[in-house]
Design a protein around this ligand. Sequence first.
Ligand code: SAH
Ligand code: SF4
Ligand code: F3S
Length: 486
Amino acid sequence: MSIDPGTMAEMWRLSDKIKNYNEERAGRTGQPLTAFVKTFGCQMNEHDSEKLKGMLARMGYDVVPDYQLSDSALIPDVVVFNTCCVRENAEDKIFGQLGAIKGAKKHKPDMIVIVCGCMTEQEWVVERIKKSYRHVDLVLGTGNTYRLPEYMAKRIFENKRVIGAESEDSVPEGVPMMRDDKFKAYVTVMYGCDNFCSYCIVPYVRGRERSRKADDVIDEVKGLVQSGAKEVMLLGQNVNSYGKGAGGDGTDFAALIRRVACETGIERVRFMTSHPKDLSPELIRAIAEEPAICSQLHLPVQSGSTSELKRMNRKYTREKYLGLVSEVRKLIPDVTLSTDIMIGFPGETEEEFEDTLSLLEEVRFDAAFTFIYSKRQGTPAAMSPDQIPEDVVNERFKRLVDTQNRISREKNEALEGKTLSVLVEGPSRTDPARLTGRTEGNKVVNFDVDAAALGERCLNRPEAGDIVPVKITRAETWSLEGVYCG
Ligand code: SAH
Ligand code: SF4
Ligand code: F3S
């Protein structure tokens, strides 16, 4: 729940104490202290990293964008691994990188190694770190990340190793943040998940659903607008439950997003994720009616088969999902629709898989994030004896990806010749003479600015943070090409 002001004040006090200590050390050595945060997971995990970086900066660390283990002068003083455990390969990768950092600590024994994020909410992980990763100094959970200054103080001033994330279902306000992007920002509206889809570990590692107060969300967005933000993405594992569980103040998600769109001056607002079982007509109407709410919806379907959806505990049918999509398209004809699909869920028959393929053809999503089922310890699906053989899964995965890639390209081709509004992010990575940005549908557009055509208006060359019209000239599978036509 909300953190009491006394606890937050204590975090500020400890941050200042660490900062003074660090300044004194830096003064002696002539070297600023550095910290590096590595993000492994979803948008929520990325946003948690922004908070971790904010707290570290407040403690006097110079937050660096990367780390070098080979050169001891470049090894950071603090390394944080903000972990993800949604699939097994994410975990394997993290343990690998954690092992690799052990040698660096020999060169720099004062280095503080911290592991936090979803993985640490599993007991076996904590035990393994305790025993086999002795070079890890601190382990925090997902609900108590805001206590980083307290953990750091124990390590720095008492030389204690604190391993073991006490689970806390908190709604922390006022945690400092170091945002990765000035123009586009994540804003958490709710934490946790109560859905317990039968394959998913998130409810076990992120705790119960709890919401921020609507006024706190509005104040945060207003602050972002003042510092130049043009777009916010409201985050929650299941935003439709916003305001319903703990911490709610009676505002539901549709009302909240309307307030964000109307009261804050933000130019674009989008959100994720909305669960199909309770996507409300009010929310669809809000997207259709409020110009600042992007005509875009990420609506994870997971499977196109009603029997498989039942085993997944998704609480909707194929027909209900298709009904929702036509409702959405009726009210928002130009909507950009994306989804998540999982292949190889236990017991998945060829017929069930074909239902998923046919759903892709029927809905024609702009994009689909495709995942191979990964067995997660402690979830009901992990107990199923009907795990699908790897070769079958791989063959299905390939058919799925081929189908969706074709559809994505066709959907993009249908945009050729249209003029779309694009939020400019900066020079294109592959060709700095061009610019890159995102459409309202969140599609990447790389575009030219024809200096000759601009003539004396060249001074008005678009810059990062501008929202400008771009004519789409060519479609790729995952992006668009265009030309600025302001
Ligand atoms: N709350 C969001 C999803 C968060 S996890 C929602 O319900 O839509 C993001 C995606 O990871 C899920 O949509 C699912 O497709 C995938 N995923 C979750 N658990 C998984 C597992 N055990 N194996 C493979 N993919 C998984
Ligand atoms: Fe996982 Fe389902 Fe919750 Fe999404 S809604 S986080 S898939 S349990
Ligand atoms: Fe996100 Fe991974 Fe946790 S997907 S919620 S960081 S398990």
